[in-house]
Ligand binder design. Structure first.
Ligand SMILES: Nc1ncnc2c1ncn2[C@@H]1O[C@H](COP(=O)(O)OP(=O)(O)OP(=O)(O)O)[C@@H](O)[C@H]1O
Ligand SMILES: [Mg+2]
Length: 370
């Protein structure tokens, strides 16, 4: 049934295709006005896109767009000698928009010119599904981190596949990844020197020169793979919807993370302690019609203070009325509902991705500690 639904939602291609972009969209992402872009197109040194006969307008592919943004946003690209920045999206509570957030970061940053590796560590495989791949039917072990976790591989490169989205490569997940929850502790029992929390981090080392940003989606639990994802990360983003229960369980996330960090730091004698370049709390799925929302939003602000990102993602129907399982706001080529509804959602995600990019670029340019 899942296969049939996917076929219907993605018809007629039966696979996902990435959107195309107008000159105005491209100008906004390049940070110039449209008239400058029209002029630059006449020079012909960058991809000129396709003329849409019917409307006399140009349309650019994602790959065209990325060539342009890399040119116009050169100061924000990863400097030579710097490594990929790894972001883990986590919260032990389910359904808070972790996967949506991870996908939007990957798409948004790749549209801005960065090369992204997306890693799904959740056996539910939702991030994999968002890439148009069915976890149960289309994901083999060697496309996932399972071999890394059971020790048969030590370098993630075997698992990387290109996707429908130019600029995003994927390490997929599927239900059999639950086996990692047994494999990781079993390895530790056999070999006391094994560092069960450092398996993903070590496996990523060889690709930190190949990508600009690595985005890891995590399962809604404190599991062995979640620990690996957090340990591999340079920055953590925790989406929290402003509702009482979600708030309470996101508070547990931080205390568990702190306990864990303390324990592993103590065990990893001889290794530097774990630190993060940023911890961001993102207000997600904010429903302005929920009477309890403003109060909970205030508790969250009072609790997290400067860790809260100065942007919030509204609850939106842009992706929920069509292909919710397979699309984010950036996949929508032409929204059939009201233009205001679409713009409100797109503006919020754009502002969010800009903030994430600023944090990442900021750390690339931070002077090395002396
Ligand atoms: N801004 C939003 N407005 C409306 N619905 C949203 C929004 N963001 C996410 N959703 C929907 O909420 C549901 C849960 O989102 P998502 O899968 O991203 O959460 P998750 O935290 O990854 O869940 P899980 O804990 O199961 O991994 C999905 O159906 C998604 O389409
Ligand atoms: Mg998820």
């Amino acid at each position: 049934m899942v296969e049939q639904i996917r076929g219907r939602l993605l018809a007629p291609e039966a696979r996902k295709i990435s959107p195309t972009f107008s000159t105005a969209q491209m100008a906004a992402l390049c940070g110039v006005d449209k008239s400058h872009l029209d002029y630059r197109i006449t020079k012909g040194d960058l991809p000129v896109g396709q003329m849409l006969k019917a409307r006399g307008k140009r349309s650019f592919s994602l790959s065209d767009l990325r060539t342009w943004t890399r040119t116009y946003r050169a100061d924000k690209m990863r400097p030579a000698g710097k490594k990929a920045f790894t972001i883990a999206v986590g919260n032990f509570k389910g359904g808070v928009a972790k996967t949506t957030t991870a996908m939007v970061i990957a798409q948004g940053l790749s549209m801005r010119g960065h090369r992204v590796l997306a890693i799904d560590t959740d056996p539910q495989g939702s991030l994999t599904t968002l890439h148009g791949i069915l976890p149960e039917a289309e994901v083999a072990e060697d496309m996932t981190i399972a071999p890394l976790c059971d020790g048969s591989k030590t370098d993630i490169r075997y698992a990387i596949r290109s996707t429908y989205w130019d600029g995003i490569d994927l390490v997929a997940a599927a239900p059999f990844l639950f086996s990692a929850e047994f494999a990781l502790p079993a390895r530790q029992m056999q070999d006391r020197e094994a560092r069960f929390w450092d398996v993903l981090n070590a496996g990523l080392e060889s690709v930190r020169d190949l990508y600009d940003v690595i985005v890891i989606d995590t399962p809604p639990s404190l599991s062995y793979v979640t620990i690996n994802a957090l340990w591999a990360a340079n920055g953590i983003i925790v989406p929290v919807p402003p509702s009482g229960l979600d708030f309470a369980s996101s508070a547990q996330f931080w205390s568990l993370l702190a306990d864990l960090g303390g324990n592993l730091d103590a065990q990893g004698a001889g290794h530097a302690g774990k630190s993060f370049d940023f911890l961001h709390v993102l207000l997600s799925r904010v429903d302005p019609t929920d009477p309890a929302m403003p109060a909970v939003r205030q508790w969250i602000a009072a609790t997290y203070g400067e860790y809260m990102l100065p942007v919030e993602i509204p609850k939106t129907s842009v992706t929920s009325n069509k292909a919710a399982e397979f699309a984010t706001v950036y996949d929508v080529q032409k929204y059939e509902g009201s233009a205001r509804t679409y713009k409100r959602a797109a503006d919020a995600y754009d502002a969010f991705v800009d903030l994430v990019e600023q944090s990442v670029v900021g750390t690339w340019h931070k002077p090395a500690p002396t």
